[in-house]
Design a protein around this ligand. Structure first.
Ligand code: ZN
Length: 413
């Protein structure tokens, strides 16, 4: 199983200079690979293998390329061919795409070491820090906030300089399949070890067994973002001040993204530890891509990230994660199945047909749980589903604050 871990990096000034130099030489190599590919006469296009074979000749001709670690140079050639392939795939899907471009310094920001040429020293740093060595460059300190899992092989390591000037190191990992915990058998799933999750409007999530988790408060961060953006709007475009301020804005945005990601990591880990199966609504991706840029769209992107995390960590933890059709989960009564129209401001579910009453999102979460069971081919285990799932009185919901999640790493209120 493949996955990845990413860490903040703190190279010394001297090493940072070398990292930057290597990024730039790799960029030149990438552009050369591009040029070489385009300008070869005849119909026969060069393969990645062909161009790898040309590497020694290029090094003789341009000694600059000899400064690079060989495997890393090959990874850069591989990067070009990967980009080529994904461009072709997009074209085959009849998407409008441009051509591969030469990479300008502002666009080319990372280098990958594949299979060899790197070491990880977990002990050398003080606790919470570790060191990574890149051949021909040197040691780089990273904030090692979560250690690599056991039984994991590092397949590749990438260093990257973000637009904000911050450095990151990420590890491409492979965990031996025999060490990935097996998911419990589907037959063992029931309403006590499985959960439906409603992705919230009022709450971040609402679970089918009656826990609500609050939104992460980001008011201060957004206020700061607005302030920095206002400052940016007053600067002259293209001036040095403008560039500096643009970086400030990027830094705040990054900070917000990281905080959200961290929060999502915490919640997903808690869910995966607590349950054998987690069911979540399926977000409509095509609809999401349609109108870009609005606030709703950004939240959808964040939910997509949440679901992706949940799925990928589910495989690592041995927990079933299943997406179910979201349509109608709000309208449908979780107790009798009758659909009732419900405008967004109606927070209660009160069924005219069977009289079942609960919170709107709790009802949706219960429907998601039911759909998850049927998706796995399981019948609904009880004849009176809802009563077995949760107390229906809204006062009985366990409300967990975002702060509690962040500070204690627990969903138990
Ligand atoms: Zn009903």
């Amino acid at each position: 199983m493949e996955h990845s871990h990413r860490y903040h990096a703190y190279p010394t000034e001297e090493v940072a200079e070398r990292l930057e130099h290597h990024i730039d030489v790799h960029r030149q190599l990438y552009n050369h690979v591009h040029w070489d590919y385009k300008n070869i006469p005849g119909d026969e296009k060069l393969s990645e293998y062909d161009q790898n074979n040309k590497l020694p000749e290029w090094k003789r001709k341009w000694p600059l390329f000899s400064e690079l670690y060989s495997k890393a140079a090959q990874a850069t050639i591989a990067r070009f061919h990967r980009n080529l392939t994904s461009l072709k795939e997009l074209k085959n899907n009849e998407r409008k795409v441009g051509k591969l471009k030469r990479q300008a310094p502002s666009e080319y920001r990372s280098v990958t070491y594949n299979q060899s040429g790197f070491d990880l020293d977990e002990k050398r740093g003080r606790s919470r820090y570790a060191f990574v060595r890149f051949s021909k460059i040197g040691w780089v300190k990273i904030r090692y906030h979560r250690p690599l899992p056991e039984h994991t092989t590092i397949k590749e390591v990438t260093f990257k300089k973000e637009r904000t000037g911050e450095w990151f190191v990420s590890f491409g990992l492979e965990t031996d399949d025999e060490h990935v915990p097996e998911k419990p058998s589907v037959d063992s799933l029931n309403t006590t070890n499985s959960v439906g999750i409603d992705l919230g409007i009022l709450n971040y999530i609402h679970t089918s067994d009656g826990t609500t988790v609050d939104w992460l408060g980001l008011e201060d961060e957004y206020e700061r973002l607005r302030r920095e953006q206002r400052k940016l709007s007053r600067k002259q475009k293209g001036s040095n001040n403008y560039e500096g301020q643009r970086r400030e804005v990027a830094k705040v945005k990054r900070h917000i993204r990281r905080k959200v990601l961290d929060y999502q990591h915490k919640i997903t880990t808690l869910l995966l530890h607590k349950y054998d199966a987690v069911f979540v609504e399926n977000l409509n991706v095509t609809e999401m891509l349609r109108d870009d840029g609005n606030a709703r769209n950004k939240q959808d992107a964040a939910w997509r990230q949440f679901i992706t995390l949940l799925e990928y960590k589910g495989d690592l933890h041995g927990t079933h994660v299943v997406q179910v059709e979201a349509r109608g989960t709000t309208k449908k009564c979780a107790s009798c199945g009758v659909e009732t129209k419900k405008p967004i401001w109606v927070r209660e579910h009160s069924c005219p047909s069977c009289g079942f009453e609960t919170d709107r999102d709790a009802n949706a979460a219960m429907n998601i749980l039911q759909r998850g069971f049927s998706e796995l081919g399981l019948g609904w285990p009880e004849s009176t589903p809802v009563e077995t799932v949760t107390a229906t009185d809204t006062d009985d919901f366990r409300r967990v604050s975002a702060r509690h999640v962040v500070e204690t790493g627990s969903l138990e209120a």
